[in-house]
Structure formats: C-alpha cells, structure tokens
Design a protein around this ligand. Structure first.
Ligand code: EPU
Length: 337
C-alpha cells in the first residue's frame, strides 16, 4: 500500500473539480483500511467514497482514504426474500443491475444514481418514489478512532429525507464498509406512481412492467433530464427540496398560486426546488465554466474548468434570490468541502 503525496482529486469527484489531497491512498480490503487508520492515528483523515455528492472548494489538507472495497453476494434467502450484501466500494448502478438481472426487486427505481454503495446510507439516497431505507437492513462500519466494527440496524440509522445518523451524531466517526439489503424474489412491489415513470412506460406500450422495464424507464428519464457526470461534471441535485409547514406554505401559495408542491404529511409540504430555481430565472444560465443545467435546474454543472468556489458562489446567489423572491430557504444537499 502506497500513500501518494499531493494527489489530484479531479477524477475522484463527479463535479470534476481540480483539487489536491495532501496525501491519498485507496484501500481494497477492510484489513488494509484498519492498518491505514492504525498507522496514521495522529493524521487528519478524509474518507472518500464515489465522490458523487461533494463539492471541493479547496485542497484537502489530510490523508484522503478512498474506499475501494469490492464484492457483492447473497447472504440469506427464503421463498420470498433475499438478503444481499455489498461492500462499500461497489458502484451503485452496477449493483442495482446485478440485483435486477437475478430478478430481485426493490432497487429498480434507483437505477443510474451515481456513486458507490457505501455512501448510499449517509444521505438515504432516493429517486422516483423509493429511498434506500425501504430495502435497507443494516450496514457495517469501522470506527476511525479505534477500528472497531459496528453494525447499524435500520432504526439506528435514523433515516429521513436525504438524512441519516451519519450526517448528524455519527458524522466523521465511521467508515461504512458494507451494506445489506432485503429484496423481493417474487410478488415484487412495482412502484410506477411517480408521474414520469408511468408516462415513460405508456410511451413504450408496457402495461405490466417487469423490474427491468421499470429500471429501463428510470434510466431513460434520468438520461433525458440529468447530465452524465462523465460528460458534464455535476453532483446530481445540488439542493434538497425544502419542506415547509402547511400553514407557512399556504401564505406563500396565495401569492404564487402556480407553485408546485407535494403533501408529505398532515402538516408538511415539499416544494420542488427545481421549480423555484427555474422561476427565479437561473435554469440553463452559465457563468464562465459553472452553470445551472438546462433540463433540471436543481443540478449545478461544471463545463470544464470551474472551481469549487465558483460553483459555491452560484449556489449562494440562487439561495439568496429564492429567499428574496419566495421567502423560502433552500439547503445544499451536496457536502461542501
Ligand atoms: N421542476 C421544474 N423545473 C426544473 C426541475 C424540476 O419546474 O428545472 C419541477 C418538475 O416539473 C416537477 C418537480 O419540479 O414538477 C419535480 O421534479 P423532478 O421529478 O425532476 O424531481 P426533483 O424533485 O427535482 C428529486 C430528487 C432527485 C430524483 C428525482 C426523481 C431531491 C433533492 N432530488 O428531484 O434526486 O432523481 O426527485 O425522484 O430530492 C439527487 O438527489 O441527486 C437526485 C437527482
């Protein structure tokens, strides 16, 4: 195992931002991870997964440990369900396709989300009406401080909308090394209720969709709206959709009756930040090499040589304008480093 000094992270973050790690190492086994953590106790450390949910605004003055643990397997099954375990470094989309190929149901709506399996619990990734908390069983994590393994059950993860214990109480204390999901072997719960999916299936005259059909529909929708990070640097949704109290929302809605919204409980409403950003006139705008995507205003993009600071400045400008225009605060979803 070789620690590399002054290492460019451009290929390790989906925004494609040029920033340097003071030191960098990729670990391919939990034993190596343990050794590296033990041998570098006094060093500042930064854990890097797929790099698909972060904005680098500066060089990282730390030992960057890239989690590249691979393998996925069935660990248990009965007539109806299968429990699959994936190591943290597996690419999420390849993992999803592997489950669909075996006709295991539950992850199909989350096809083509960038990133690695190990980071999915951190922000409870989700798309098209499904979140990983719906199939998540547990994850194993190693403490950075003393290299003990701990299993987090679903309850212990405190999942919320793009939220978990790993963004709060447990922040910066653990490296997630593997995740277990419980998937269906039959009686799949096909979920096409998210508008775009049913439209896409109708377009292809599919009335009784298989897991693969749903996955293909999601892939087609994502490809039509969301830029491929390999072609245009981005980190998916840059902001979370804001959640408002119904009573607050109703006042705003009177002033902006065309505002889109989704009821999420008796007292709360979610407003699509993409709609707010589009109405505020930012969609498709470009400032130097940084911009707002033309098909989905929630996605900020790097046209080539944008700095993290330039993208951060645009995000702040958007937040201020949205607040001035609608009185709504929107929060970043990506981790700003
Ligand atoms: N909208 C606009 N203009 C835009 C974008 C969206 O008016 O530029 C409106 C749409 O017309 C629609 C509503 O906003 O009525 C919702 O749009 P969409 O279905 O594209 O979803 P989203 O709420 O913008 C969320 C997730 C995405 C996920 C999609 C589909 C968050 C922060 N984002 O986006 O997740 O793919 O739903 O489920 O919750 C990600 O987290 O990186 C991500 C891409």
């Amino acid at each position: 195992m070789e620690i590399l000094p002054n290492f460019s992270l451009k290929k390790y973050n989906s925004f494609g931002i040029e920033a340097k790690a003071k030191q960098f190492i990729a670990v391919h086994s939990t034993e190596d991870l343990k050794t590296i953590l033990q041998e570098n106790k006094s060093q500042r450390k930064f854990i890097l997964g797929g790099g698909s949910n972060m904005l680098l605004t500066k060089d990282i003055d730390a030992l960057v440990i890239h989690i590249d643990l691979k393998s996925k397997k069935i660990i248990e099954e009965d007539d109806n369900f299968v429990w699959v375990e994936s190591q943290a470094g597996e690419n999420w989309h390849e993992f999803v396709l592997w489950t669909i190929d075996q006709n295991f149901g539950g992850l199909e709506n989350m096809s083509l989300i960038p990133g690695n399996v190990g980071t999915t619990p951190i922000q409870n990734i989700g798309a098209y009406g499904t979140e990983i908390k719906d199939t998540f069983v547990s994850c194993t994590a190693m403490t950075i401080e003393n290299q003990k393994n701990k299993t987090f059950t679903k309850d212990e993860c405190h999942f919320g909308y793009r939220e978990s214990v790993f963004k709060n109480e447990a922040k910066d204390q653990y490296v997630i090394t593997s995740v277990v999901f419980k998937l269906t072997k039959r009686n799949h719960k096909i979920n096409t209720s998210y508008g775009d999916i049913s439209l896409e299936l109708e377009k292809n005259n599919i009335t009784n969709p298989s897991l693969k059909d749903v996955s293909n529909a999601v892939i087609a929708i994502r490809q039509s709206k969301l830029p491929d990070p390999k072609e245009l640097g981005n980190s998916g949704s840059f902001f979370k959709n804001p959640i408002l109290l119904k009573s607050d929302f109703e006042k705003i809605h009177q002033e902006f009756p065309e505002m889109k919204y989704f009821d999420i409980s008796e007292t709360q409403v979610k407003v699509p930040a993409g709609w707010l950003i589009e109405q505020a006139g930012f969609k498709g705008k470009r400032f130097g090499d940084a911009g707002i995507h033309k098909n989905q205003a929630l996605v900020l993009v790097n046209y080539g040589n944008a700095t993290g600071q330039e993208i951060l400045n645009i995000s702040k400008d958007i937040q201020e304008t949205i607040f001035k225009t609608f009185g709504i605060r929107i929060e970043a979803e990506v981790n700003v480093i």
